[in-house]
Design a protein around this ligand. Sequence first.
Ligand code: HEC
Ligand code: HEC
Ligand code: HEC
Length: 426
Amino acid sequence: MKRRIVLPVLGALGFALVVALVLVHIADAPSDVSETPHADIHPDAAMIERGSYLAAAGDCAGCHSVAGQPPYSGGRKFDLPFGTIYGSNITPDVRYGIGSWTDAEFIAAMYRGIAKDRHHLYPAFPYTSYTKMPISDVLAIKAYLFSLKPVSVPAPHNKVIFPFNQTWGIAYWNLLFNSKRRFRPDPSHTEQVNRGAYLVEGPGHCSLCHTPLNIAFVPRAGKEMAGTIVEGMRAYNISPDPKWGIGGWSDADLVNYLKHGFANNHGAAGGTMAEVVENSSAFMTDNDLLAIGAYLRQLPAQPGTVDQREPSSNSVRLAPASFELDAGAKIFVGACIGCHGLHGPYTARGSNLLGHPSVSDPTAQNAIYIMLHGVDLKTPNGRIYMPSFASSYSDEEIAAVLTYSGDTFGTGALRVTAEMVRTVRH
Ligand code: HEC
Ligand code: HEC
Ligand code: HEC
């Protein structure tokens, strides 16, 4: 009698195990024949140079470097809901970096998120985007990384809670969410739009910040570039909607923002976007930045978040007498006016707040974040700096000066309370 139950149960479990293993095998398998192992390529100077450009376009330095340490030596921290992980050392150090990796092993990481020791990497490493890059681009990046000086420092170990520390489980996630497909140009689009699509969806992985993610941390279909909050900052709607997105931006505005970190009447890049500009878009050619713009402009317009139309010109409220009345105005004159001015010219690069979405965002997400963290953005074209005011002002004072800034430079939608500052501070 017992055997009559045990055998079918064992059989069912065995079957489930086989299915599970087959699925992992499918998930981990190379996507096409071009990916099968072959002898390593010997790069020439031109390949290394191309790799340097592509590594910038892929923002590898942004996630694999920390301030004060050699680039690509790892240690950048990522706080995830289930723990903390760190960008790896990807210098060619044999012990702590990727110095012993073959071309095939590097490709497996970039296309399938599988490390040299075969464990699955967390998708915070955007291999789901890099999988769209052709092999020639991926190997050019490897050639560039291998041309750098090896740095013999280990990156800190990931600290992740159970069950998320069982990285084999990521194979199932990959099965569902990693396409393992290379980018294919759409023949109905211009060459420029296709180039932009490749840069945005492939190396640039813009949608991992600018598109709302679903419960599995995957960009939601149909919400491309609609904006969302990542690492404490709101990555704004950059769909072509004229009111909510970048529809009202000129090509020159977009190129200036991505190349120099700011654009007239749209403000400057702060927080994580400052890092993207500093490590990535500042190095891209104008033609590639224009291609990114051309691609964004033909996506469906998405509604929502920050009204980006003409800021109300409230400068009249700045009659000197009002400084006596308004606590926010007083702080602004004391601590902000030197850089932010009232009518320009502005003393600090990129400090023109007129039209910056952060002074019109009713949630005040980025305005509070920047007040607490400051900005330090070094681009090849100059430095953009704002100190942190976290310890100099109370929550009430930060609320007052930001509300004042919103009334002066924005649409008047920014109304900050001490409670909102407290929530971001903690
Ligand atoms: C958004 C952040 C981010 C970006 C951008 C990024 N990486 Fe990573 N990468 C990570 C993280 C985090 C890990 C570690 C994941 C883990 O421990 O599971 C990682 C791991 C890796 C690994 C595996 C290293 C090892 O020792 O196992 C390689 C190789 C790698 N990245 C290469 C690159 C390259 C090349 C680029 C640029 C094209 C790049 N990464 C861009 C976050 C990033
Ligand atoms: C790591 C997350 C992250 C990535 C990746 C990222 N962005 Fe951003 N982006 C942001 C944040 C945050 C802001 C808001 C910055 C601020 O408030 O100063 C922003 C702002 C912008 C803006 C200005 C929008 C406005 O209304 O002011 C543009 C344009 C933009 N990003 C384009 C891009 C493009 C193009 C890419 C891909 C090449 C990209 N971003 C990748 C986080 C990101
Ligand atoms: C040393 C010069 C400097 C001082 C002083 C300064 N700022 Fe800034 N601020 C900047 C620069 C440069 C930027 C552009 C970078 C950016 O947009 O984040 C900026 C950006 C901002 C932003 C936009 C944040 C975003 O989302 O990117 C706000 C809001 C702001 N400042 C408010 C203030 C207030 C309020 C004060 C006074 C308490 C102040 N700043 C003092 C230089 C300064």
